[in-house]
Design a protein around this ligand. Structure first.
Ligand code: FEO
Ligand code: CA
Ligand code: CA
Ligand code: CA
Length: 670
């Protein structure tokens, strides 16, 4: 996969303007088509989606909140993998969450304090992952294939297996799996990884919120368990959407209640007290085998996982996989395999066995960023760096305990607390690693550091204001010796988010203008396109999930030719919130000028998240997540995608995948 030459290409489109409208806007000379929507049937037996709240059986329909996504090529017929196909394949994507109100005729109901079983089941099944066959016609039109042989929904109820160091550990024992080797389902899947051996990684992000935990549970846990649960946000609560209130004998709902049953065995095999340890992992899915059980890769640690992207592969070198933990003041991680890369593994047919080889044994590291522009990958290994059975903060039992509670381990080893690490991406030309730090309202002036250097107040045009690091930034690092095995790196900041309307010199540090100003970077991906001379053209795609700029524009996607670590200026900035001021060093944040350009703006109340292309780079797939998320069934606040063709009023919005092509058939963005 290693390319040593960078084509001196330039972005070849005219930037689109910011928009508050209800359509997807792309540059002149480009077209979009809507490919796969929430509710679309994915087998022949399922009827068309009525989109009025009456539909059922989301296990055979498109889920909600389309998110991270990868394209896997297929041969012209059948289910054979073909990495060179740009006309037929499967899209594998996350369905992160739901717009609950639109799934029912008049929104969700509760009867006698309990959620109706049918409503809860629908909501559960609308979460998870989908594998969907897509095909391009000879005329160039993309469509999804309703009866595709590989079509599949993986939901919070689908059987999974555990692999790696935590498999079989006491922490995973439940009534469902007394031996701690199996689990049920995946939830709040956010961002992804495309593995070179042809599998999809999905990442479990805000899983903690779905659990019910009654007040009585605290006294039924050990002190150590309470420390761990607090650190993972597993406080006392009823749980998202109230699924654990359903009156049913089915374990489908019982598993969302992690309250300890005092009458059950103390080892957790008789209740769901350990169900919370079954989530928070990276999960590997084989898109070419609809019967394959998804595998949870415990060696990669348990957190609010957001993305898991492979570094460059070099034969004979141990590969690395880069990950963010998306919560305020959490960390950036990498996992380095024990095994060195063998190129033949990329085309092996037992794909999950290759996953076993590279993802089950290795070292999990957490990042420490130093003020001088260097950094250290600190290993999270039981027995090292204070991660011992005698640690006063948390007495670790073994490596499985370290991995299941790697947030606590990272606290102990002194990792750098970041402004919400979202996606990671790797520049295929240089191997440099980028990570979006979306925003952090809890960053204080005194709490800034060189890697998270901003704390200020963003005045909003709608009269509100938001403080901390409201617009986020994108950090990047270069491994020492350009090897994925490195334990050190250099780093800088590629760009600081800011509205171009924020004129203060200490806020719009990257000099963004009307063609490229953005806030809250989130989705991040380097294009896989090759240009006509066969060289990788490293276009970086950047997507936003914006809490701080939606008074001015809907969320967007930009394209960049981002340069390299160290190509910007280092300067001292002044941070101010209210009466508190301080200075911090801002490493880089150069003016990207025309090398960063807005390519797409989405419809109302959406997030843009999830992107991949065909291998030829001539079709770009993008996900539009939760348009109209603040509306009601009676008064939807967006009518997208129907609004795209101008025919909608009052129609409920749907998340959807779109296909973007250049009208002249060229490579998108160039
Ligand atoms: Fe689901 Fe952190 O985005
Ligand atoms: Ca995200
Ligand atoms: Ca986000
Ligand atoms: Ca979202």
């Amino acid at each position: 996969d290693v390319t040593t030459s960078i084509t001196p290409a330039a972005l070849g489109f005219t930037a689109v303007a910011k928009s508050l409208g209800d359509t997807v806007i792309v540059p002149e000379g480009y077209s979009i088509s809507v490919l796969y929507r929430t509710g679309d049937p994915i087998n022949a037996a399922t009827p068309a989606y009525a989109n009025d709240g009456s539909d059922t059986n989301f296990g055979a329909r498109g889920g909600d909140h389309h998110d991270g996504m990868s394209f896997f090529g297929l041969a012209a017929t059948g289910t054979t993998r073909d990495d060179n196909s740009s006309t037929r394949g499967v899209l594998v994507m996350n369905h992160e969450n739901i717009n609950q109100q639109y799934l029912h005729p008049n929104g969700p109901t509760t009867v006698g304090g309990a959620r109706p079983e049918g409503e809860a089941r629908k909501e559960i099944e609308a979460h998870g992952v989908a594998v969907i066959e897509v095909v391009r016609s000879s005329a160039g039109a993309w469509s999804y294939v309703q009866s595709g042989a590989l079509n599949r929904r993986i939901t919070p109820l689908t059987p999974t297996s555990f692999s790696g160091p935590v498999r079989g550990n006491a922490l995973l024992r439940t009534v469902y799996s007394p031996t701690g080797v199996a689990g049920r389902g995946t939830i709040n899947n956010c961002a992804n990884g495309t593995m070179p051996w042809g599998t999809y990684l999905t990442c479990e992000e805000n899983w903690a919120g779905y659990f019910r935990r009654d007040a009585a549970d605290t006294a039924l846990r050990t002190a150590k368990q309470n420390v761990a649960m607090t650190r993972y946000g597993l406080g006392v609560r009823t749980g998202n959407y109230g699924w654990a209130t359903v009156n049913s004998s089915s374990a489908d709902f019982a598993k969302f209640n992690i309250t300890t049953n005092a009458a059950a065995p103390a080892d957790g095999t008789g209740d769901y007290r350990n169900e919370c340890n079954q989530l928070g992992w990276v999960v590997e899915i084989d898109p070419y085998d609809a019967a394959a059980t998804p595998r949870k890769r415990t060696a990669l640690g348990r957190m609010n996982h957001e993305g898991c992207w492979p570094g460059r592969r070099i034969a004979g070198v141990r590969p690395a996989f880069y990950m963010g933990d998306d919560a305020q003041n959490e960390y950036i991680y990498k996992f380095v395999s024990t095994q060195t890369w063998a190129a033949a593994d990329a085309t092996a047919t037992d794909r999950l066995a290759i996953g076993d080889k590279y993802l089950d044994a290795g070292t999990l590291y957490v990042a420490r960023f130093n003020a001088d522009g260097t950094g250290t990958w600190v290993p999270l290994v039981f027995g090292q760096n204070g991660l011992t059975a005698t640690n006063a903060t948390y007495a670790f039992t073994d490596q499985a305990d370290v991995l299941t509670h790697c947030r606590i381990a990272s606290d102990i080893v002194g990792a750098t607390k970041m402004d919400r690490p979202e996606w990671t991406a790797v520049n295929p030309a240089t191997g440099e690693v980028y990570c979006t730090l979306t925003n952090n309202s809890s960053r204080t002036v005194a709490g800034t550091d060189a890697a998270n250097p901003r704390a200020y107040t963003d005045p909003k045009t709608n009269g509100t204001s938001t403080s901390g690091n409201p617009n986020g930034h994108i950090i990047r690092l270069r491994e020492t010796g350009d090897t994925t095995e490195a334990t050190g790196f250099t780093w800088d900041i590629y760009a600081f988010g800011s509205g171009a309307d924020l004129s203060a010199a200490n806020i719009n540090l990257s000099g963004l203008d009307a063609t490229n100003d953005f806030s809250s970077p989130d989705g991040l991906w380097f294009g896989r396109a090759t240009n006509p001379s066969g060289l990788v053209t490293p276009v970086m795609w950047l997507q936003t999930d914006d809490g701080a700029y939606t008074d001015v524009t809907n969320c967007m996607m930009l394209a960049a030719m981002p340069g390299s670590v160290g190509d910007g200026a280092t300067r001292t900035i002044t941070n101010t919130i209210g009466a508190t001021s301080g200075t911090q060093t801002a490493r880089a944040g150069r003016a990207p000028g025309t090398t960063l350009r807005r390519f797409l703006v989405g419809p109302k109340e959406c997030e843009i998240t999830g992107v991949d292309s065909t291998p030829d780079g001539r079709t770009l797939f993008v996900n539009i997540q939760h348009p109209g998320e603040n509306g009601t069934p009676a008064a939807p606040s967006s009518n997208w995608p129907n609004s795209q063709t101008g025919t909608a009023t009052g129609i409920r919005p749907r998340s959807a995948t779109i296909a973007i092509t250049k009208n002249d058939g060229g490579v998108v963005a160039l």
